[in-house]
Every structure is written in structure tokens, then in C-alpha cells.
Write a protein that binds this ligand. Structure first.
Ligand code: ACO
Length: 380
């Protein structure tokens, strides 16, 4: 038998930067233009004029709903929220069994348990309708579980869902226990719409890798939550707000930023892997934070200018601007979301994008299986 040599490998750049690894009809990020879109619509325009529920329908079902479809769709989401409520006792027991002050870790554990309780099956074995049902069920459970994990972490009983308040209103109610005010619902809704999807970021890519194996949808989401938790991805907003607290006054901003750089630290909430200039999400969130008002928003706007000046001096060839995380924390704080829930709240919106990507990936039949280059000692 003749032996054939392995084909010469293609060497991907670090971080796979600029490498196209899949086709998607869900959206795209155009870094150089400072623009991103969900399907064929400008995402910032959707965040201004549409609800999270509308954007969810767009990603999962392919179009923006007309008023009648939107009503029916909200009913489907409400049903799923109430379905999570029905597992409340078991889910609360799981959360109590692994108590943590890190609600994202609790979410990872509890969503895994929810998949077991609801009998989630491998995507490989499901038809399109069953896959979509799993996607809706799992995404709708995330805000419930985040709020429940927070309550349990504080020794409290989770609040039952109130779906009549809408997706955002219900989340605010479950977290704060108060009737959400309209300004907060609108501002948080904008943040959530803006963060539903964003190209092949690390967590979305992770979800798609797991989906490519035919695993169940819960497994894909659990893996994505793990990727999101890192400070270079979704873990930055609380750190950005911690930094604002440390800075305290605008006069301290430049010396603080210089000291960070001198110590080899990154300034959280600045820079982006794809945007080479402005991040359109931070632009809209700056506007939203300013509309909400308050001392933190005012400080954030002034500190941003100072930090950008210092970063420009330090990295003249690489514009580092405020990213989505910088104003995310300011907006969430003003809406009454506690700091430890910033990244979990990000998960509440991004799970909509993850699940849409998972369904898209599951329709293909090719497993992700790249190669590595061996750089260890020569083989004996
Ligand atoms: N502060 C200081 N220096 C920075 C920062 C920053 N925030 N961001 C990048 N740099 C530096 C890098 O260290 C690198 O310097 P070097 O060439 O001397 O090593 C240079 O700028 C270029 O870095 P990039 O290639 O642009 O950065 P990369 O694409 O690898 O990383 C990232 C992007 C992870 C977002 C980075 O900018 C960062 O760590 N920012 C802070 C953390 C953060 O805000 N994360 C949230 C991102 S948004 C999201 O995931 C939803």
C-alpha cells in the first residue's frame, strides 16, 4: 500500500484573528467601520427602537414580528418563564447545594441541572422544531436562574416570575423585588438588545464548537458561560466600575491610567479585538448612561476622555477606545442591578445569540477539528 503524506498544515494567526471559520446568516461585525448588525438590520437601530423580545424573534425565527406575532411570541416566552418556575424547588435546592457568591458559577451549575430536569437531548437526535424548543426553554430560564442564584447567595428565597412585566421588567423585578420603573426597563432593554450577539466572539465560538459535536443544547450553553466568565471577555464590566471607584475624581484618571500601564496592567473596559476605533455599543450606552444621569455617569464620561488620552500616548499605533463593558456597568448600576450580577446579566442577553448560533451550527454536519503544532522535545 502506498503511503500519502499529510497535507501541509495552514498556520492560523494567534487567536484565529481574521480567520473565517463558518458561515452565518445571523449577523456580522464590521470592525473598521464601527458597525454591527443582526441579520440585515443595524443592531444599534434595533436597540433604540425594538424590545429584547423582538430581537430574540428576529434571531431565532428570522424576522421582526408584526404586532400580532409579537403578542403570541411574548406569550411563548411567558410560558417558558412559568415553566422554569415549576422547577423552582428543585433548582433552588441545586443552588443551595453549591452556595457561591459568584452568580455566574451558580448559573453554570443550575442551567446544567435544568437541562437534566427537562430531559434535554443531543442536538444530533432532534429535529428542527425540538431544537428550537430547547433553545427557547434554555434561554428563557437564564434570567430566572441568575435572579434565583443571587437570592440564594444572600440567603433569600427566589421570587416567582412575573412574565406580565415583560422580559426586562420581570428580570428587574426578580432581582430587585421592586416594581421596575419605565426608565430602567428602557435602559436595561437597550443594553440587552445591544449585547445579544456580536460575531464569533469567544463564547459564541465555544458554543458552536460544542454544537458541532451534536451534544445537547445545554452543554453548548454551559461551555459558552465558561468562556464568557473570563475578564478578557464578559468579566470586565464590574472591573471597569471598580476602576471608576478607585479613580474617584477626574483629576486622578490620567495618573491612575499611567500607573496601570506602568504596572503592565490592562485598563478594563477599553480596547477591542475587532473594533479598531469606536465601539458602537459603547456610544449608545454612553448616551443611555447620560440620559439616566447620576454622578457615576458624569464621572465615567470625563474619565473616558482622560484614559483615552493616556492610551493614545502609550499606544500611538493602536487606538484603544471604550468598549461595551465600560458603560455597561454604569447603566446596569443605575438600573438597580448589583455589581456581582453584571456579567450574569450579560449572559441573559447573550444566551439568545448563543442559542441562535447553536441551532445554525447544528444544521451543519461538520465537527470543528483544527490541528496544533507540536513544539515539545523531539519524539524519542
Ligand atoms: N489597556 C491597556 N493596553 C491594552 C488594552 C487595554 N485595555 N487593550 C489592548 N492593549 C494593548 C495590548 O496589551 C497590546 O499591547 P502590546 O502589543 O504591547 O502587547 C496592544 O494594546 C494591542 O492589543 P490588541 O491586539 O488590540 O488587543 P487584543 O485584540 O489582543 O485584545 C481585548 C482585545 C482583550 C478586549 C483587550 O483590549 C483587553 O484586554 N481589554 C481590557 C479588557 C476588556 O475590556 N474586556 C472586554 C472586552 S468587550 C467584550 O468581550 C464583550
Amino acid at each position: 500500500m502506498t503511503q500519502t503524506a499529510d497535507p501541509a498544515p495552514l498556520i492560523a494567526p494567534p487567536g484565529l484573528a481574521g480567520v473565517v471559520v463558518a458561515d452565518t446568516a445571523l449577523g456580522d461585525v464590521r470592525g473598521a467601520e464601527g458597525f454591527f448588525h443582526y441579520r440585515q438590520y443595524d443592531a444599534t437601530g434595533l436597540a433604540r427602537d425594538h424590545s429584547v423580545e423582538d430581537v430574540w424573534h428576529l434571531l431565532l425565527r428570522g424576522d421582526l414580528p408584526d404586532p400580532e406575532t409579537a403578542r403570541a411570541w411574548r406569550g411563548e416566552i411567558a410560558e417558558q418563564l412559568l415553566a422554569t418556575d415549576r422547577y423552582g424547588e428543585q433548582l433552588t435546592a441545586v443552588l443551595r447545594a453549591a452556595p457561591t457568591r459568584a452568580p455566574l458559577s451558580s448559573l453554570r451549575t443550575a442551567i446544567s441541572a435544568y437541562g437534566v430536569l427537562t430531559g434535554d437531548e443531543p442536538l444530533w437526535d432532534l429535529d428542527d422544531a425540538a431544537r428550537e424548543q430547547a433553545a427557547l426553554r434554555t434561554a428563557a430560564a437564564v434570567p430566572w436562574l441568575v435572579a434565583a442564584a443571587y437570592a440564594v447567595g444572600r440567603g433569600e428565597q427566589p421570587r416567582p416570575a412575573r412574565p406580565e412585566l415583560g422580559y426586562v421588567g420581570n428580570y428587574l423585578w426578580m432581582v430587585t423585588g421592586g416594581t421596575p420603573d419605565e426608565r430602567a426597563v428602557r435602559a436595561l432593554g437597550r443594553y440587552l438588545c445591544l449585547t445579544v450577539d456580536h460575531g464569533f466572539n469567544a463564547s459564541t465560538f465555544t458554543a458552536r464548537v460544542v454544537a458541532s459535536t451534536g451534544a445537547d443544547l445545554t452543554a453548548c450553553v454551559v461551555a459558552a458561560i465558561g468562556a464568557l466568565s473570563g475578564p478578557l471577555h464578559g468579566g470586565a464590566p464590574s472591573r471597569a466600575l471598580d476602576a471608576l471607584d478607585q479613580i474617584g475624581t477626574v483629576e486622578n484618571a490620567a495618573p491612575w491610567a499611567r500607573a496601570q500601564l506602568a504596572a503592565g496592567q490592562r485598563v478594563m473596559g477599553f480596547g477591542h479585538a475587532v473594533y479598531r476605533g469606536l465601539d458602537p455599543r459603547s456610544e449608545l450606552l454612553r448616551e443611555t448612561a447620560t440620559e439616566l444621569g447620576g454622578d457615576t455617569a458624569e464621572l465615567a464620561v470625563r474619565v473616558e476622555k482622560e484614559v483615552v488620552r493616556v492610551l493614545d500616548e502609550a499606544k500611538p499605533d493602536r487606538p484603544l477606545r471604550a468598549n461595551v463593558e465600560y458603560y455597561a456597568g454604569v447603566v446596569m448600576q443605575e438600573c438597580g442591578i448589583p455589581r456581582e450580577l453584571f456579567t450574569p446579566t450579560f449572559a441573559c442577553s447573550r444566551v439568545i445569540g448563543w442559542t441562535a448560533h447553536i441551532l445554525e451550527q447544528a444544521r451543519g454536519r461538520k465537527i470543528f477539528r483544527p490541528s496544533s503544532r507540536y513544539v515539545g522535545p523531539p519524539v524519542q
